[in-house]
Structure formats: structure tokens, C-alpha cells
Design a protein around this ligand. Structure first.
Ligand code: MG
Length: 445
């Protein structure tokens, strides 16, 4: 099933005539639904055998499914910085030794960065963020300081602020988690009125449901004459896993499946609300994930399908994620097998709305609206750089080739021995999507 989900990507089949940017409604709405640690192999429409994803499978049949969609980094903070700014996160400084921001971190996304929300505000959009931000929890870094009119969500990961005794094994606190053990705050507010903590610890059992209801409320309450941008960043399926009562035992795939199926229920609620409001044909919806599955958590982590490894690595399983899109101009029932990713979202949205890119910003993303519309046979993105979560350049994808240059990790007690040479890995992804055969020696050029 996974291989066929990949293989269908070799052709792009469009049932409807291709649209151009001129055919699109003026200033369409945008919704980005961003999951946390959802792997390439976790959805039915990507080949998962038991997790049921009917609303996403339908979204794929009504829109486009991407098979080579990459995130800017394989952990939360830098990945989100890449999505929001259209730049490799090394540029905004949102990567470093600790890889992500923690409750004791004092930094955040600098005010000098321009987010998708800020770009769209200049075009008169209403903007809202619901969910996990993870680009700085101090007041000056919150979404409401970065172009979002309103915010409802948690400021960092759902496993942080743990109240478990020091030295507890992670498995012991994640296996059968008690939501009261994770002292994560729930914040709510607006740019005008400020942001307040409204619950702590947040009851994570209902968090997915509450995010979805907030998103639906936002859509329903919009003025029909004003376009909107909604960024819904689910805090799950990042461990510890929680789901509301209706979804306990819902999935054949255990608790992980329950969590995904609740998120997928939410996609149905959102798409249904767009139909009910008569705006589904003027709203572009993108569904994707921030990084690959956290494999060390076994059946509480997801699947990268046929891809190698997962979260925290520059292998495909860490950075290639599912991406579905539906909306005006996006041809129904299509599969896009071209190279693109989250850093291309900002330039593409800017192109669709006729807004120039933020000046002087070294935007790494490119306008891939031709791919979204099904008019471009080839991606304007010719390469993709693979950075570690710490911000070190570790590899490059060019066409079918992927080169990784991995510095060996030295165990703590060997830090004084001479450094070993880096490991050179070259893969031909057209034949070896699982990165199993290192062909560096036979392809020195
Ligand atoms: Mg993540």
C-alpha cells in the first residue's frame, strides 16, 4: 500500500482543466492545518493499513496529494519557523543546541521576521492562530505579535512542564499519561486585548476537540467581505497522547490511531463548515505535519511508511511529510510528485494574493503556485537543503539525488579522541526511497 501511494505519484492525472492564477477568486481564504509529529505513513491515503482517515482521503480525491513535500527541519521549533517565514530556520535563529524552545527559553521568533500572517494582513486578511505555537512563549514572541489577530493554544510542546519526579523514565510518564502531570498552559487573547493564561495544566484530553471548535467558530464569525487566514496547529500526535471520550478505542490502530482519527474528524468539521458557509470554493486548505514520526515511542509514535528513520533526523522519514490541499484552482484527484515543501507556502500564498515578498529577507521558498494549480510539470524548486535541528547543514537533495554528510557522534567519554571523518551517504531516491543503498562510491561526481 505504501509503495502504491508513492508510485501513483509518478503521474499527475487531472480530471478538470487547469486553472491559472487569473482564474482564482480575488484573495481566497487560506487554512493551514499543521499536525505535530505525524509521519508520512500515518494516513490511509498514504497507505496506512488501519488508521481510518476518510475526511482526508476525500480531501485527496477533491484536491491534490503531494508525495515529495518537505519540512524545513525535523523537530518542532525550526520547522514552524520555516513554515511561517518561508526561510530556512538557520536564518531566523530558530535552531540551536537544544533544538527546540523550552519553557525556560528566553528567545523566540524575532520581530524582524515576516510571517505568512503578516504578509496576508497587508492584503487585508483577518488572521487567527489556534494550537501549538512553539516560536517563543514570552509576550513579545506570541502569535499576536507576529500578525495574528487572535490566538488560542499552547505556547510549546505538550510534554513540557512535566511534573513527574526527576529521573523518571520517559516511557513511564508517556505510556499511560495523566494530563495533570504536564503543567502546560492554555493561552487565549487578541492583539488588541493581550493574551492571558486561561487554564493550567491544560486538559489535553479535549484539546484537539477544543481547537477544532475554535477554528469552526472563527470561520463562522468571519465577515463575508473580508478574506481570512487560519493557522490550526494541532499539538498532537506528539507524545503524550490524549483523545476525547468519543475517540477512546475508536481506531483499529490503538491509541495513536485514535488521536489521528480525532484530528481527521476535525478536518471534516472544518471542510463541512466551509461548505455550510458557501465558501469552500474560495478557501484553500492545506493539511500537513511539522516533522516525521517520533519512532522511539513505539506504538505511541507514528510511521514514516517506506521512508528511513523519523523525527530528529535528516533522513526522509524525518523531513518528508504528508501534504494534502484542496480549494479553488487545485485540480481534483491529483497527485504531485514534485519537490516542494513548507518553505514554499509563504511565497506561493504571496503570489496567489498578488503581494510581493517581504523585501530584503532572503526568502528561500519559491512560488510553486503552478504545482498547486496543476499547470507546472516541474517544480521551480531544484534543490532542497537538509539542516540538522541544531542548524548545521548536513545534506542536499537535487533531482533524484540526495547527499548526506554526517559527522560521527562521539560518545561523551571519547570527546578528546581525534574526530573521525564524516560519513558520506548518497542515495538515488528514484530507485531507493528508503535510503538503504549508499551509492556514493560508484558516483563520486
Ligand atoms: Mg513536531
Amino acid at each position: 500500500r505504501y509503495l502504491s501511494a508513492l508510485m501513483t505519484g509518478l503521474m499527475l492525472v487531472s480530471a478538470s482543466p487547469a486553472a491559472t492564477l487569473d482564474d482564482l477568486p480575488d484573495r481566497p481564504n487560506f487554512i493551514v492545518i499543521f499536525c505535530d509529529d505525524l509521519g508520512w505513513g500515518d494516513l490511509g491515503c498514504y497507505g496506512h493499513p488501519t488508521i481510518a482517515t476518510p475526511n482526508l482521503d476525500r480531501m485527496a480525491s477533491e484536491g491534490m496529494r503531494m508525495t515529495q513535500f518537505y519540512v524545513a527541519a525535523s523537530v518542532c521549533t525550526p520547522s514552524r519557523a520555516g513554515l511561517m517565514t518561508g526561510r530556512y530556520p538557520v536564518r531566523s535563529g530558530m535552531c540551536g543546541k537544544r533544538r527546540v524552545l523550552f519553557p525556560d527559553s528566553v528567545g523566540g521568533l524575532p520581530a524582524s521576521e515576516s510571517t505568512i500572517a503578516e504578509v496576508l494582513k497587508q492584503r487585508g486578511y483577518a488572521t487567527a492562530m489556534v494550537g501549538k505555537w512553539h516560536l517563543g512563549h514570552l509576550p513579545q514572541y506570541l502569535p499576536t505579535e507576529h500578525g495574528f489577530d487572535s490566538y488560542y493554544g499552547i505556547p510549546y510542546s505538550n510534554d513540557m512542564d512535566s511534573l513527574a519526579p526527576k529521573g523518571s523514565k520517559r516511557w513511564d510518564i508517556f505510556r499511560d499519561p495523566d494530563w495533570k502531570n504536564f503543567n502546560v498552559p492554555l493561552l487565549e487573547g487578541t492583539t488588541a486585548g493581550g493574551v492571558q493564561q486561561i487554564e493550567r495544566p491544560v486538559d489535553q484530553r479535549t484539546i484537539t476537540r477544543r481547537y477544532v471548535l475554535k477554528a469552526v467558530d472563527f470561520i463562522r464569525n468571519q465577515d463575508k467581505d473580508q478574506p481570512f487566514f487560519l493557522y490550526l496547529a494541532h499539538s498532537l500526535p506528539h507524545v503524550p497522547l490524549f483523545r476525547s471520550g468519543d475517540f477512546v478505542g475508536h481506531s483499529r490502530a490503538g491509541i495513536y490511531g485514535d488521536v489521528i482519527e480525532e484530528i481527521v474528524w476535525g478536518v471534516g468539521e472544518i471542510l463541512g463548515t466551509l461548505r455550510e458557509q458557501g465558501i469552500d470554493e474560495r478557501t484553500m486548505v492545506v493539511f500537513t505535519s511539522d516533522n516525521g514520526p517520533w519512532l522511539v515511542f513505539d506504538d505511541h509514535g507514528g510511521s514514516a511508511g517506506p521512508l528511513r528513520n523519523g523525527k530528529g533526523t535528516t533522513f526522509e522519514g524525518g523531513q518528508r511529510v504528508p501534504c494534502l490541499m484542496r480549494g479553488p484552482g487545485i485540480p481534483a484527484g491529483t497527485v504531485c510528485n514534485e519537490l516542494t515543501g513548507t518553505i514554499d507556502v509563504l511565497p506561493t500564498i504571496a503570489a496567489i494574493t498578488g503581494k510581493p515578498l517581504p523585501a530584503g529577507k532572503n526568502i528561500d521558498g519559491v512560488d510553486v503556485s503552478g504545482l498547486w494549480m496543476g499547470t507546472a510539470k516541474q517544480s521551480p524548486r531544484i534543490e532542497f537543503l537538509h539542516y540538522t535541528s541544531g542548524g548545521a547543514l548536513e545534506g542536499i537533495r537535487q533531482g533524484k539525488w540526495k547527499l548526506l554528510v554526517k559527522k560521527p557522534r562521539r560518545p561523551k567519554n571519547q570527546r578528546k579522541t581525534p574526530a573521525q571523518p564524516p560519513q558520506i551517504l548518497l542515495f538515488d531516491l528514484s530507485e531507493d526511497v528508503g535510503e538503504q543503498n549508499n551509492v556514493a562510491n560508484s558516483n563520486p561526481a
